[in-house]
Ligand binder design. Structure first.
Ligand code: FES
Ligand SMILES: [Fe+2]
Length: 380
């Protein structure tokens, strides 16, 4: 698991007036809205006695109150008042929790879990979501699968005919053109004849017309975008999905989807559109939840079976993660497990720790500092 990335913590629609506890990267966070409705994300562990802040209350002045002794914390994580103390009380410097940059975009609450947002890959663009004429459905569920397995469920073309029963015409899998738009994403483009859509989609496309589609992995939010010109090349008729995956812990992943389309955009077609997408989600999930080891794979080494072109996208995925590892962003999960048996909570470091590294009640998660041999290692 990696710090210094944007992750999806919630759908916007799920965060109302009450604070919400969210587990990500094996740590606890609390989301809440201030008096202006702006979303904030704090470490959920009260620095006073470790109580869950998410059990507390939000106040109109934008603070969140701990449910035990009533300390109140602003969106920046600082304790603003302690009810048992007078106005002249000198607030201890450690009376604060980590506060993580939080943005609401595309109906999602994105949180930056780390201390260096300036050097981070950006939140992915999702131009369809706000474009008039497109209709978007949101859906979320938790998979009992490591987040790598969850992503690998959709990373290759070869599983499409086998898992989803969708045959490509003319070859088992069409030739992929792989592109790397930047350091944090990788795309596979295909252009292929495809079997005619069935049911109420049967009129969408002329027979034998090619379909162009693109699958992009973007490391922010561990996001896949599938962009399928379902009406045939040049038609401008698209079925598109976004799949964001947030590691809850090593064996559990929060999966969130935006299914969007610019055809049959009336609400009466929602049920059918959701059902088509859910068929794929359920088929992928059923296999991801069987995959071993349960804690997920390590970056591939000599004994791992990667074949081209089937696994070319997967190699690109590991290269992107390798760069994060090189930058010291990977959590040392074995060391963290050991520390969690001890007596001091370890939080994900927040940007305030860079400007003021001392006087924090909680430690930070241990990180893997240097690695010399993995496929994503940058050449120096
Ligand atoms: S435990 Fe939170 S204020 Fe005491
Ligand atoms: Fe799939």
């Amino acid at each position: 698991m990696y710090i210094n990335l944007w992750y999806v913590a919630s759908f916007s629609s799920e965060l109302k007036d009450e604070p919400v506890k969210v587990r990500m990267l094996n740590r606890d966070f609390v989301l809440f809205r201030d008096g202006d409705g702006k979303a904030h994300c704090l470490s959920n562990v009260c620095p006073h006695r470790g109580v869950s802040l998410a059990q507390g209350k939000c106040f109109d002045d934008g603070t969140l109150q701990c449910p035990q002794h009533g300390w109140r914390f602003g969106g920046d994580g600082r304790c603003t008042s302690i009810p048992s103390q007078g106005d002249d009380f000198a607030m201890p410097p450690g009376a604060r929790v980590d506060s993580y940059p939080t943005e609401e975009r595309h109906g999602l609450i994105w949180t930056f879990l780390g201390d260096s947002p300036d050097t981070a890959p950006p939140i992915p663009d999702m131009p369809e979501i706000e474009t008039p004429g497109w209709r978007t459905l949101e859906y979320g569920e938790v998979w009992n699968a490591n987040y790598h397995w969850a992503k690998f469920a959709n990373i290759d073309l070869t599983h499409v005919p086998i898992v989803h029963g969708q045959e490509f015409i003319g070859s088992f899998t069409p030739k992929e053109n792989i592109s790397r738009p930047d350091d944090y994403s990788i795309s596979s483009h295909i252009r292929t004849p495809f079997e005619q859509p069935k049911g109420d989609w049967s009129e969408i496309r002329e027979e034998q017309k090619h379909i162009a589609s693109t699958l992009t992995f973007h490391v922010s939010g561990f996001t896949f975008k599938g962009h399928l010109e379902i009406g045939g090349e040049g038609s401008g008729i698209f079925a598109t999905f976004y799949e964001m995956s947030t590691p809850i812990d090593s064996q559990t992943t929060a999966m969130r989807y935006l299914f969007t389309r610019n055809f049959m955009a009336e609400p009466e077609h929602d049920e059918g559109y959701m059902a088509r997408n859910m068929k794929n989600v359920n088929e992928d999930r059923a296999l991801a939840e069987t995959q071993l080891p349960k804690n997920g794979p390590a970056p591939p080494g000599d004994r791992d079976l990667l074949i081209d072109p089937d696994d070319t996208m997967l190699k690109g995925y590991w290269e992107i993660l390798g760069r994060l590892r090189d930058r010291g962003c990977e959590i040392d999960l074995a060391a963290l497990e050991e520390l969690d048996r001890g007596h001091r909570y370890c939080a994900i470091p927040s940007p305030a720790r860079l400007t003021n590294p001392t006087a924090w009640t909680h430690d930070t998660v241990p990180l893997i500092q240097s690695v010399t041999n993995h496929p994503g290692k940058r050449k120096s």
